[in-house]
Design a protein around this ligand. Structure first.
Ligand SMILES: Nc1ncnc2c1ncn2[C@@H]1O[C@H](COP(=O)(O)OP(=O)(O)OP(=O)(O)O)[C@@H](O)[C@H]1O
Length: 252
């Protein structure tokens, strides 16, 4: 579904060129959930922006569904760390935003919007404005908005990292449930080993300066996954060991 072939990214930094990513080869299968994990600054967000078509790679090629990525695509949604809702629009009309942007017929998506809001526990909040909602509720709205037009691919850049620990665990549980019910291809950037272990089919571990793909790890852990279950925690420990193991004499 998604193919990165020898992708490298160099930015013109103020103090000279910054090599953010080097030699990234990665394939994400249809309906596969891949978590990208690594330390701050190792190029995770850059990787996602490249796949989204928001940035052309310095080197290498990226394909989605066999087509080269040259600009943002309608069948790819992007979810950010902050909900970025329009403050003057109700919950429902925020969820419906992509339908308007893409010029799709509103009527045929309204039921779907209600269904999604129900799925994330926001039934009855359709007419509220974003400021009347907690941060976790706003991010749930943002999740519905990125699902409304049934994108083939969801790119998620640390979508739960601004939330408190409990809400974060709740939301990753909800995302897991949605992915079990309606699977799609997801690339999910996170700092959190717990999130990766609950959600991912496969984890891509990046190492910094420049960001390289150190390893991809298959998570053969039965779903639904719940933190605290021995096999889930064991997978978490293995992933954490890999993240903290030295690379080329330095820390990962
Ligand atoms: N537009 C830019 N211009 C110059 N350098 C950039 C630009 N965007 C990113 N970088 C640099 O590229 C490297 C990777 O940044 P990126 O934001 O992709 O990392 P990250 O792994 O997502 O970090 P974090 O986990 O802290 O969000 C960093 O060294 C960053 O300073």
């Amino acid at each position: 579904m998604i193919v990165l072939d020898g992708v490298a990214q160099v930015f013109d930094g103020r103090a000279g060129p910054v090599q953010a990513l080097a030699g990234i080869d990665l394939e994400v299968g249809e309906n596969e959930f891949v978590a990208v994990i690594g330390r701050s600054g190792c190029g995770k967000s850059t990787l996602l922006r490249l796949v989204a078509g928001l940035l052309p790679p310095t080197r290498g090629r990226i394909f989605i569904g066999g087509e080269p990525v040259t600009k943002p695509r309608r069948d790819v949604s992007f979810m950010f760390q902050r909900p970025a809702l329009l403050p003057w629009r109700s919950v429902l009309s925020n969820v419906m935003l992509p339908i308007e942007i893409f010029g799709l017929e509103r009527k045929s998506y309204r039921d779907r919007a209600h269904e999604l809001l129900e799925l994330v526990g926001l039934r009855g909040f359709e007419k509220r404005l974003p400021h009347e909602l907690s941060g976790g509720m706003q991010q749930r709205v943002s999740l519905c908005r990125s699902l409304i037009h049934a994108p083939a691919v969801m790119l998620m850049d640390e979508p739960f990292s601004a939330l408190d620990a409990l809400t974060r665990t709740e939301l990753s549980g909800e995302l897991q449930r949605i992915q079990l019910e309606q699977p799609r291809t997801v690339v999910f950037v996170t700092h959190s080993v717990e999130e990766a272990v609950v959600l991912a089919d496969r984890v891509a571990v990046l190492t910094p300066r420049p960001g390289r793909l150190r390893k991809t790890v298959d998570l053969a852990v039965a779903r639904p996954r719940v933190p605290g279950r021995p096999d889930v925690d064991q997978a978490g420990r293995e992933l954490r060991d890999l993240l903290t193991a030295p690379v080329d004499g330095g820390a990962a």
